[in-house]
Write a protein that binds this ligand. Structure first.
Ligand SMILES: [Zn+2]
Length: 299
């Protein structure tokens, strides 16, 4: 399904507008745009300039799944800027991190890749991560702090919502995945770390190159300091982001840069530029980082 049709059907066109007009070369519409103008836009995936090296193991109309390593896979939808899902397999169990925007039959698709029972976990509650495929599961793990977003973005979820705790470990059998609360993008954003493999899965917590801070800068600063600590302690080399395009992994340097730039914005030694449209009114582009925030978020 074409992105524009899908968003219009769901009345979600406005949500996509939260993404600033230019993200890694993607052109998105501005608020106030007419339905005709949305229709006229080319939402073709070729605009996204993806650059994946991982081998494709599944290709359907709504998701393409690639293999990261023997027991780890990444899937991309294409309705909201290559939104990512991650399938992580242990000896006894698997987890799926996020469910994309609209991937019909997602549970069947991932169960075709792993034979282990699949538990669903969300990095945060946004429509491109907790889309309607969550309904395939009887339960979903979320951070309770993102309940602020559930009336809008998990509307009518028939299953059980389970609440993650900070530091909670999912033991998959021979593989452990640890939840670290990393608020900033949303109040309940969570990052998941695989200590033994030295990588993680960070959702939108560090932005995939374009960070939307919907809370405030002090929250983001605390998150960056906390994650810098864990990355160093566990030797985490990179984190797979919520909109993986093949070359935009979150690194220790990226996390440090975001924290430092937020500190400078707070101190007034750096100033962002006002930007038209979207719900976040300012942007600072520096060191390959784009930070989007509101004036209220600075105080
Ligand atoms: Zn998000």
């Amino acid at each position: 399904m074409k992105r524009r049709t899908f968003l219009k059907d769901l009345g979600l066109a406005g949500i996509a507008l939260m993404v600033p007009d230019k993200m890694l070369g993607i052109v998105l519409p501005k608020p106030g745009i007419t339905e005709n103008e949305i229709e006229a836009m080319d939402w073709n995936i070729t605009q996204f300039k993806p650059n994946y090296k991982e081998k494709v193991v599944y290709e359907g109309p709504d998701v393409i799944i690639r293999q990261i390593d023997e027991h780890t896979w990444e899937g991309n939808g294409h309705l909201m800027a290559n939104e990512s899902i991650y399938l992580i397999e242990g000896e006894k169990e698997s987890i799926l991190i996020d469910a994309g925007t609209h991937i019909p039959g997602l549970r069947k698709i991932v169960e075709g890749i792993t034979s282990k029972p699949v538990t669903l976990i969300a990095t945060h509650v946004h429509p491109d991560h907790t889309g309607d495929a969550i309904n395939d599961w009887e339960s979903i793990w979320i951070n309770a702090a993102d309940e602020v977003n559930t009336p809008m973005f998990m509307k009518g979820y028939p299953g059980e919502k389970k609440y993650l705790t900070d530091g909670q470990v999912f033991d998959l059998g021979g593989r452990k995945i640890e939840s670290i609360f990393t608020p900033g993008h949303t109040p309940g954003s969570v990052t998941f770390l695989d200590r033994d493999k030295h990588y993680g899965f960070s959702g939108d917590a560090f932005g995939s190159g374009n960070l939307l801070i919907t809370t405030n800068l002090t929250t983001q600063i605390t998150t960056c300091e906390k994650m810098s600590y864990f990355m160093e302690k566990y030797g985490i080399k990179y984190m797979y982001p919520g909109h993986y395009m093949g070359s935009n992994l979150e690194t220790p340097q990226r996390v440090k840069d975001i924290g430092e730039l937020c500190l400078e914005l707070r101190a007034g030694t750096k100033k962002g530029q006002p930007q038209e449209g979207g719900m976040l009114k300012n942007v600072l582009s520096e060191r390959g980082v784009r930070l989007n925030y509101n004036d209220e978020g600075v105080r």
